[in-house]
Design a protein. Structure first.
Length: 491
């Protein structure tokens, strides 16, 4: 009997651990598979996403979809991995990436609910239904009353053709959504990696990370990286982290935003809401056409210590930058907007809204509400000569939203106006302009403690015939202008 007990112990231990020690590959062939097969080889592949959804996967497993095939239906995975031994959803075979085509059958074509430790890569996802539906998305990674998820990665995936609602309050729609909630057990992600993806024609939005936004239930996502993604044909919000601490948003491109949103809708390119310590850098946003806002970049309310740096914004109808705070929402829900830094950015031909009920209002930099302790420095703002006749001529506008801004430093920027511009301070307090360069036609320049003259860059820009990217190319090609910038400590 004493000899049997150790044997039984090790047998049970082996059965429990075998799934982690010996990982399996599972295959899906939409054309020649068989759902009655075991799915463990290419020759015995499953046929449907429904069959793949029934299986519970274990650390180290892979679910592989046959390339160059359309896999119709919904995939809702089960089981969790760990960062050191993830579960992988990817492809096998040659040809184009496999397409998971949801056809609007469910809110998400690929739904990861209360699972952890998955890597999604090298697939294509769509979810286009017969009619728009609120909340429709391509990939939805959802935590609800789950606790902490250690690792989530989406890499080299294309999400396209998602027709969600165009109205945010209805639930909108997006290419990729992460969400964490829970009334019984607070939930959050400890690491999210979203890299090298392509998001095309996803309506309303691109990439959203929806966390616990209110400060009285603050349980932020950590270690969020959104990098090197390409968004095109997205009419609403591009990349928005919500309820995160320390998110890094870098090397992304958003362009060619269609004019689809109703006149009541607001949206912008890349911006945090209810976040701390966000860094937004080395991104390019252009062509935003939302009826309200429509800036390239935004530091929104309930945010602390946002840094927006080394970005390129151009041809956005609503402007380059929004820094805002809803003064009507206070403690315990919101901490306001404090400590935003905006530096080393280039804005060209932003702020030219001509359509909708907000036509004619599109300051290049808009600061509404009781924003506190903001620093805007070492940026280049270019207003080309060829501007629409009725476009807004305001470079910086402070505005009321339950109060006005206080303690705003604007220093060592270059405001290059090849057509007339002006400035609106309204009732904002403690605005400090110092050591900025004002080139061109400034109708009411602010009182500046040390204006800098840089006529060489004005001469080079005066030759520019086209807005947007052409202006940036001209700046790069002007060695004298760049030398002048460096000598005056401008970046």
């Amino acid at each position: 009997m004493r000899q049997i007990v150790p044997v039984l112990f090790w047998l049970v231990f082996f059965c429990i651990c075998s799934k982690t020690i010996f990982a399996d590959n599972y295959y899906v062939n939409a054309y020649y598979g068989d759902d009655l097969a075991d799915g463990k080889s290419k020759a015995t592949a499953w046929r449907s996403l429904a069959r793949a959804s029934q299986h519970r996967y274990h650390p180290g497993d892979s679910l592989l979809l046959h390339a160059a095939q359309i896999h119709e239906g919904i995939l809702k995975v089960k089981g969790s991995g760990i960062k050191s031994k993830t579960i992988t959803l990817s492809r096998y075979g040659s040809g184009d990436n496999p397409l998971l085509q949801g056809n609007g059958q469910a809110s998400a074509t690929l739904h990861l609910q209360n699972v952890d430790g998955w890597e999604i890569k090298s697939i294509k996802v769509s979810n286009y239904g017969a009619a728009r539906a609120a909340g429709r998305t391509g990939i939805w990674w959802e935590l609800k009353d789950y606790g902490e998820a250690s690792y989530a990665r989406i890499d080299s995936v294309e999400v396209c053709d998602v027709n969600g609602s165009l109205v945010k309050k209805e639930g909108g729609g997006a290419g990729i959504i992460f969400s964490n909630s829970g009334e019984v057990k607070p939930s959050r992600f400890l690491e999210i990696v979203i890299t090298n993806n392509t998001i095309k024609r996803t309506e309303r939005n691109g990439i959203l990370i929806n966390g616990n936004w209110s400060r009285d239930a603050w349980f932020p996502n950590k270690n969020v990286l959104v990098s090197n993604n390409h968004l095109e044909g997205v009419p609403g919000d591009g990349i928005v982290p919500i309820g995160c601490d320390g998110a890094l948003i870098e090397y992304n491109v958003m362009r060619d935003c269609p004019r689809l949103l109703p006149d009541t809708e607001a949206a912008a390119g890349i911006w945090p809401w209810s976040c701390d310590n966000t860094i937004i850098q080395y991104n390019e946003v252009s062509d935003h056409k939302a009826p309200w806002d429509a800036q390239g970049f935004d530091s929104d309310w309930n945010c602390r210590n946002t840094i927006i740096q080394y970005n390129y914004s151009h041809d956005n109808e609503g402007g380059f930058l929004l820094i805002c705070n809803d003064g009507n929402v206070g403690s315990p829900n919101s901490v306001g907007n404090t400590g935003t830094i905006v530096r080393y950015n280039i804005s060209v031909n932003d702020g030219r809204r001509l359509k909708g009920k907000h036509a004619g209002f599109s300051p290049i930099i808009h600061i509404p509400g009781p924003v506190r302790n903001t620093a805007i420095y070492n940026n280049l703002i270019v207003v080309p000569a060829e501007r629409p006749k009725d476009s807004d001529s305001t470079v910086i506008a402070f505005d009321n939203w339950g109060g006005y801004a206080d303690s705003t430093l604007i220093t060592q920027n270059i405001f290059c106006a090849l057509s007339p511009v002006d400035y609106v301070a309204a009732e904002a307090t403690a605005i400090s302009y110092s050591d900025n360069a004002y080139l061109g036609i400034h109708l009411n320049p602010p009182e500046d403690k040390g204006t800098v003259r840089l006529e060489s860059i004005l001469e080079s820009l005066d030759r520019v015939e086209h807005p947007g990217r052409k202006v940036l190319d001209d700046i790069r090609s002007s060695k004298d202008s760049l030398a002048t910038l460096r000598n005056n400590s401008f970046n």
